[in-house]
Design a protein around this ligand. Structure first.
Ligand SMILES: NC(=O)c1ccc[n+]([C@@H]2O[C@H](COP(=O)([O-])OP(=O)(O)OC[C@H]3O[C@@H](n4cnc5c(N)ncnc54)[C@H](OP(=O)(O)O)[C@@H]3O)[C@@H](O)[C@H]2O)c1
Length: 305
């Protein structure tokens, strides 16, 4: 079986590639910047091209039964009006081009990235599952449009699964690599009040659950990629301090984040109590259901982050 991956040169992609290679798949990764090739696991076939533009890469992608699309301009930046357009454009265009490629060939399954940001950044104590309605802030609107684009694949007979990621934790990238420097100096702590929910998932569970969805022909639609062991931000900061053997009680005031990041700060000062209802109902067993175990596994191997 052949897997095509777009957006695989970021933080999550190499973990997904590694897991599918281990499972015996032929994996083709689309790369727009040749310098990124060395960051990918050995054994993956490289295709050069830009996922947001049509091109010869689509013919190669069309030989694959399954595509995973993780493409998107990074959201951890200042959201100028131009950058907001780029956040949306890269997601919609890449999804459209990947659907086109799969539909023109052997494609059967599309796994597309999305985020629990779909529900909106501020839902307080409300518990949300895949049936909950979308929010109305910028990221919620991006996710809604992004998912709608992916679902156009159904018209071409594709089985489409939408991976609504929480905060993905792993070594050498993602949110944790941004938090670690402060925590290592004992300067870490809760963000704002710390009462907001922190929907996290270990990157190994992302890769494992992606493979699980591919193998289950009866599953389609949205899936919350979040661990069942959700904690509040304050508790997460405490567990991270514990895993590092450092104190973690210095709060980061929300207004400082707003000064630094503008509108994007809402992503980290907010939080949503998302549950992985559909993955659990389908029988998926999380490798890392508890935050402390996940953090110990991640930090135990590479305490430099
Ligand atoms: N990590 C998380 O906690 C998290 C949470 C929720 C949702 N997500 C979503 O899941 C997806 C993967 O996450 P990630 O953490 O692996 O993201 P990432 O590290 O930022 O990687 C993003 C990928 O998109 C590509 N890309 C970025 N800008 C592009 C552009 N202008 N044109 C074409 N390709 C572009 C990158 O290619 P280059 O390597 O060439 O730059 C890379 O392959 C993203 O869409 C992200 O929004 C992630």
């Amino acid at each position: 079986m052949k897997l095509f991956i777009a957006g695989g040169t970021g933080f999550i992609g190499p973990h997904v590639i590694e897991r599918f290679l281990e499972d015996g798949w032929d994996v083709k990764a689309l790369v727009r910047n040749e310098r990124k090739i060395e960051t990918l696991p050995a054994g993956v076939e490289i295709i050069l091209g830009d996922p947001t533009q049509p091109g010869p890469w689509q013919a190669k992608a069309s030989e694959c039964q399954v595509a995973v699309n993780l493409t998107g301009a990074n959201i951890f930046a200042r959201w100028t009006p131009e950058y907001k357009k780029e956040i949306l454009r890269t997601r919609l265009e890449s999804t459209k081009r990947v659907v086109e490629a799969l539909a023109s060939g052997n494609g059967r399954i599309l796994l597309n990235a999305s985020a629990v940001g779909y529900y909106g950044a501020h839902r307080g104590e409300e518990e949300v599952s895949e049936e909950s309605p979308a929010g109305s802030d910028f990221l919620a609107e991006v996710c809604r449009a992004w998912e709608a684009e992916a679902l156009t694949g159904e018209k071409f007979g594709l089985r489409v699964c939408l991976m609504r990621f929480g905060v993905v934790l792993g070594r050498g990238g993602g949110a944790l690599s941004k938090m670690l420097p402060a925590f290592k100096f004992g300067l870490g702590g809760p963000i704002g009040s710390g009462k907001q929910w922190f929907p996290w998932i270990h990157v190994k569970d992302v890769a494992e659950a992606a493979l699980f969805l591919v193998k289950r022909d009866d599953l389609r639609g949205p899936f919350n990629f979040v661990s069942p062991g959700i904690v509040r931000q304050k508790e997460f900061a405490k567990l991270l301090g514990k895993a590092l053997g450092r104190p973690a009680f210095l709060p980061v005031p929300a207004f400082v984040l707003h000064l630094l990041f503008g509108e994007m700060a809402r992503v980290v000062t907010g939080g949503v109590k998302a549950r992985p209802r559909r993955l659990l109902e389908a029988g998926y067993r999380f490798l890392f259901p508890e935050a402390l175990e996940a953090l110990r596994e991640i930090l135990g191997k590479d305490k430099t982050g």
